[in-house]
Design a protein around this ligand. Structure first.
Ligand SMILES: Nc1ncnc2c1ncn2[C@@H]1O[C@H](COP(=O)(O)OP(=O)(O)OP(=O)(O)O)[C@@H](O)[C@H]1O
Length: 586
């Protein structure tokens, strides 16, 4: 199948990265052939620690979940390899190690699935609880072979330390490539958005439970492989290697080094091994290393801009884009959409059901009635504005329609079909897309990565269309280099790239200068004709509303006070009293 223009540079970058990883591996294997055996042993341990760091880099650095049980997954891998080595003498060691990883993966999946409603510090405590419980169980059971003094003996040639070294680094690089490939799938590309905001992820159609569970599962598999390698390296395992405390030390090192990327994971592996080695040679207490890692990780978390390697690559990226345009310049003329219709309505067959129909919508939040028997109808092919003073309930209305409220009264139909039982991500996948008042796009993604995730696999062809319409900057630009207004426009472009049936925009023009705001209004007015999609837009700027919307509904204190053609509504004395009279920003 021919690749579209946005895919080609991505494939080229992937190929470059994969060949870089293979070249690194070849260099390491050569190095292992020449180094003294003591250093070969240390560097094999560094590769195993790098695997643990990479697994934490996925769950914590990438998805934003603090995990304190990664060494417990390693313990599961180590236990399974020790048991299999006894039960299946002569089995190929790499096969045993992979089986150790495959045993740990499902445990991670289950932990991810049962903890999806728990967040932040509470989730970290749950993972610590799991680590403590497994530690107790392992102390009781012990590792297979320890009782009888039968060590795990890796099969030839991996019984040779140099071959073992090569195996450890090969597995690190192969698993890194697998994680990179996984992060490009629909499931994995949601990981970085989850870190920025679960609400944004759900609004893009990311299935939050599945994405979080998959991250835990993949991380556990990688840590399980590390545990299996430790079984081969030590021969007999003890619980002291896998304590909750050692999970915390690995977490600190992974966060400090920026282990969401291979370079950061390798750095973390090297730190874990070389810092204690240096302290030992200097005659200093080994615990000093852990204190340094913990303080460094604390500083990284406090500043929130990534670990050492992540900052390094972000700095290089920012320098490369120093002179590149980083703002969005929507222009309706680019596709002639400004002439779609003076009033924004597109002629439709009369039989077509409304794009949105909210009947008797009531919402109570914190004991306060925020929406009361609200009725809103948005015809198909229409741009409809929802206006009202601050606190009128406009954003709450969008939250209800897009499935972001735990409960509401009344019914909501989209294209004539009720959507009330559907979750936020199911509504997004069904064609109901939204943007937020405060943009929560992940700044480390590039413009193209965000558009591909937002568009989904069903409509990648719409990406060039929205790119042109909204005047988006160069696709490889990291989003953190864009200002708040441009990020909001990018969110609108992403939502539209999914070719929704209904698009709900929460103050898309906030903070834009007048000229950009006017162009954006003209672009919105043309969306129904261009994309066969109805739009509901919240806005406080009445010039924008006049230019973009054919019909307008006014909310005040959770009740509808008027609805009709925009020009009439903005002249209605009741509306002027309820909204414009209160200094609503006309
Ligand atoms: N989680 C919540 N708990 C309690 N009250 C809430 C909650 N969320 C919103 N509210 C209240 O609901 C009311 C409506 O809020 P909403 O954000 O929908 O208004 P809005 O019309 O969008 O305002 P603005 O134009 O300022 O964005 C406000 O009084 C707000 O304080």
């Amino acid at each position: 199948m021919p690749l579209d223009k946005t895919e080609r540079p991505v494939r080229r970058a992937q190929a470059r990265r994969a060949s870089g990883a293979v070249a690194l591996l070849a260099a390491l294997v050569l190095l292992g052939g020449f180094l003294p055996l003591y250093w070969v042993y240390l560097l094999a341990t560094a590769a195993i620690s790098a695997l643990v760091a990479r697994s934490i880099g996925l769950v914590t650095n990438r998805v934003g979940i603090i995990t304190l049980c990664q060494m417990s997954f390693a313990a599961i891998g180590g236990w399974v390899v020790s048991w299999l080595a006894l039960a299946w003498p002569g089995a190929h060691f790499p096969v045993l190690v992979l089986l150790g990883g495959l045993a740990a993966g499902p445990v991670g999946l289950v932990i991810g699935a049962v903890t999806t409603r728990i967040r932040g510090a509470e989730l970290a405590v749950v993972t610590l609880g799991f680590a403590a419980a497994l530690d107790l169980v392992l102390r009781q059971w012990g590792f297979p072979g320890v009782g009888t003094g039968t060590p795990v003996l890796p099969s030839a040639p991996f019984s040779d330390p140099r071959w073992f070294f090569a195996l450890a680094w090969t597995l690190l690089i192969l698993l890194h490539l697998c994680l990179t490939a996984l992060s490009r799938t629909r499931l994995g590309s949601g990981w970085s958005v989850l870190r920025a905001s679960e609400r944004s992820a759900a609004a893009l159609g990311v299935r939050v439970v599945a994405a979080k569970s998959a991250a835990f599962g993949a991380g556990a598999l990688v840590a399980g492989v590390a545990g299996g390698l430790l079984a081969g390296q030590y021969g007999l395992l003890t619980t002291a290697v896998f304590t909750p405390l050692s999970s915390m030390v690995h977490l600190a090192t992974a966060v400090l080094c920026g282990a969401s990327v291979l370079g950061g994971a390798v750095l973390a592996g090297l730190f874990t091994v070389l810092v204690p080695e240096a302290l030992r040679r200097l005659g200093l207490p080994l615990d000093l290393g852990n204190i340094i890692f913990a303080l460094g990780a604390f500083d990284v978390l406090r500043r929130g801009n990534g670990g050492i390697w992540e900052q390094l690559s972000a700095g290089l990226q920012d320098r490369a884009f120093r002179d590149v345009r980083a703002v969005c310049q929507p222009t309706a003329r680019s596709r002639g959409v400004e002439g779609a219709s003076e009033c924004g309505a597109v002629a439709r067959p009369p039989s077509r059901p409304p794009a949105l129909q909210a009947r008797g919508l009531g919402v109570r939040l914190g004991g306060h009635r925020v929406l009361d028997s609200v009725e809103v109808v948005v015809a198909s092919g229409e741009v409809h504005a929802l206006i009202g003073p601050n606190g009128a309930g406009k954003s709450t209305f969008i939250d209800a329609v897009t499935g972001f409220l735990p409960a509401y009264e009344g019914t909501i139909r989209v294209g004539g079909a009720p959507i009330d039982p559907l979750s936020a991500s199911a509504r997004a996948l069904g064609g109901v897309r939204r943007t937020f008042q405060q943009s929560r796009v992940n700044g480390s993604s590039t413009v193209d990565e965000y558009l591909r995730l937002a568009a989904g696999s069903r409509s990648p062809s719409s990406i060039p269309l929205v790119r042109e319409l909204f005047g988006l900057p160069e696709g490889r630009l990291p989003i953190r280099l864009m200002d708040a207004g441009s990020r909001r426009i990018l969110e609108v472009a992403g939502a539209l790239a999914a070719r929704p049936r209904l698009l709900l925009l929460d103050e898309p023009a906030a903070g834009l200068d007048d000229a950009v705001s006017r162009e954006l209004a003209a672009v919105l007015r043309g969306i129904p004709a261009e994309f066969d999609c109805a739009v509901l837009v919240i806005e406080h700027d009445m010039e924008f509303v006049r230019a973009a919307a054919s019909r307008t509904t006014v909310l005040d204190e959770g009740r509808i006070v008027g609805s009709g053609p925009t020009s009439e509504i903005l002249r209605d004395p009741r509306v002027i009293a309820a909204y414009l009279g209160k200094g609503g920003g006309a």
